[in-house]
Ligand binder design. Sequence first.
Ligand SMILES: Nc1ncnc2c1ncn2[C@@H]1O[C@H](COP(=O)(O)OP(=O)(O)O)[C@@H](O)[C@H]1O
Ligand SMILES: [Mg+2]
Length: 242
Amino acid sequence: MTTLVEIRDLRKTYQTGSVRFEALRGISLDVEEGDFAAIMGQSGSGKSTLLHITGGLDQPTAGSVRVGGTMLQAMSERELALFRRAQVGFVFQFFNLIENLNVRANVELPALLKGGQSRRDIHRRCSFLLERLGIADQANKYPWELSGGQQQRVAIARALINQPALLLADEPTGNLDSASGEEVLNILRQFNQQGQTILMVTHAASAAAQADYIFFIRDGLLVDQMPGGDEKAIAQRLADLR
Ligand SMILES: Nc1ncnc2c1ncn2[C@@H]1O[C@H](COP(=O)(O)OP(=O)(O)O)[C@@H](O)[C@H]1O
Ligand SMILES: [Mg+2]
């Protein structure tokens, strides 16, 4: 197996005025290529901070993140921007679609920004993804015309348009009813089965159960790890963390 994500002794201290807060206190973990990994922990435990740093959206106070052959802490801002565009896709709890762009334009935007591909190829890849996600008939609609579940599927298409090595998802079902949440998880599962590496933050045991394995975080520290599958066992482990 090849390690895709290698996180070593990651620390993040937020400073608000004179108040320092250690959100990450030395986390090390690996995600292998092709894995579907989940991160669980209570609200405020540092999950989003960890995910953002892994995707190059934020910088750690200390420690390192390697994704593929790239050590993020060795990169310039410009290189990081290119890394974010080409190597990672992000899916967020609140979809974060651009309201005045239709579905196709939202999905194609990261590919246009990345450049190096013809409009025709981008159009084709977008159509393929919309088809795969069951929203091909929504291509000309605007985000506000869609249900939450549909918007999240658009966000997944947008995250995958540049064929990233790593898909990062922060509470992707957190704002969805259970049926739409389940659909989104099935979709993530399917992409994973076709080789997409996924790192997903969630506090729902039903979501984490879809993952191959789960990292448990408490107060900025990695405290436990277990395989996915058994929703009840996962919920119990999470409750034990409190
Ligand atoms: N930009 C910030 N400035 C100050 N504190 C922050 C900032 N972002 C997050 N925090 C704090 O760091 C802790 C971890 O936050 P976060 O990573 O969002 O946790 P989670 O995603 O697990 O809920 C929380 O206590 C939060 O209040
Ligand atoms: Mg969070």
